[in-house]
Design a protein around this ligand. Sequence first.
Ligand code: NAG
Ligand code: NAG
Ligand code: NAG
Length: 435
Amino acid sequence: MQPRGGRRGAGGEGGGHRLCCCCCFLLESMRLSALALTSSRLLSLGCRTVSPPGARDGARDGAGSGAPTALSFDKPKVELHIHLDGAIRPKTILEVAKRRKIKLPTKNDNQFLKLITCDGPTTLTEMLTKFGYFMPIVAGDRDAIRQIAYELVEDKANEKIVYFEARYSPHLLANCDVYPIPWKQSEGDLSPDEVVRLVNEGFEKGQRNFGIKVRSILSCLRHMEAWSPEVVELCKKYRKDGVVGLDLAGDESINYEPSRGHVQTYQEAVRCGIHRTVHAGEVGPPEVVREAVEILKAERIGHGYSIIKDAKLYQEILQKDIHLEACLYSSYITGACKADFSKHPVVRFMNDGANFSLSTDDPLIFNSTIHTEYNMAAKDMNFTEMQFMRMNLNAARSSFLCENKKKELLNQLRKAYGMPEEPKLDTNLNNYPCL
Ligand SMILES: *[C@@H]1O[C@H](CO)[C@@H](O)[C@H](O)[C@H]1NC(C)=O
Ligand SMILES: *[C@@H]1O[C@H](CO)[C@@H](O)[C@H](O)[C@H]1NC(C)=O
Ligand SMILES: *[C@@H]1O[C@H](CO)[C@@H](O)[C@H](O)[C@H]1NC(C)=O
């Protein structure tokens, strides 16, 4: 993996962030109250979240709650692409349903768990329907939301993840100040703003108890453009509480034009120094990735597999150090990639020294763990331990942590990997100061 010179620096969206943020903070409360009024004009329903499905015989070593067998990489790891609502413990969903007296659509618990998981290749669209079965159980419930955030930290700590960034749509967990109200819930009193506070609380407590670092990313949805302005406002409002970035999720196979509303939302993020990632090139064509990078100014791409179909774009992505958040097992289940893993785009990424890492995406739906990813990469793609270590260092470098915390994380990994300390960071890189 060659040192590819330019770190994010003077060019692009460099220096101006700190200055403009004060204004952002001043304006934000006014904006938010205005938004509460305007956001009540939406077109479609289709409240789907983000992400893919799946399963594969023999690929799931170490998956599920059972004790993992031989692990391909049992060292500290970083995970950048995981959906909070796609990573809930099955047990918790069942418990919350009982407590809230929500009747399951199946005869028993086991059938319900089968219903919400995918155990073989399907489509992104099909896999997204799974959210429709379990989201109504947790959405709108304060205790459940705090609990799923807290438990995710515990689960990740058990997988030796030392830092992760979890993403979610605050609107999809709310039941007021959101239109349409998702999942056919009746109107309640839990707003997207309060959802973010509850998740922050769960993560904060989890960080204290399990000793790992956690940050969150708020997701806009491709088909829910009217929610997006509030999403970036929430990123600004809660940046001191661990919200570090903006995402765009949804089914790109249905609609991949970055509509005007999303462009403005991403411009606002750039203006305020909010980090940006975008789901693109998962099942959609390379053009979606180009739009994400050139128009939305994404620093990272969720998935991005299709870029290898566009040689010029692929070279640009390599030059620009754009980080690709790859999810192997997910790509198999959603049908984004062919079942022959020796020809998987991630093999290209590795051979070409691309900037990428491995994540679970939606471990609840795939009945998988981070070990599923690493075991597949080791067994089906011949990844070596050194490659895994480099990959994790790249994930840490491409994380949305502020520079000091990033350096801490890099040194923590280097120490665990038996490597020398990270060289001193250039102070010019301090575009994203610790708050
Ligand atoms: C998930 O995987 C575990 C371990 O392989 C298995 O015992 C369990 O039945 C699976 N769950 C579902 C819903 O398929
Ligand atoms: C992994 O190694 C095996 C055995 O040497 C080889 O047949 C296979 O093509 C390799 N796979 C990749 C993705 O390089
Ligand atoms: C990945 O991106 C980060 C952040 O821009 C950079 O520091 C790192 O060197 C990149 N890695 C590769 C392999 O390009």
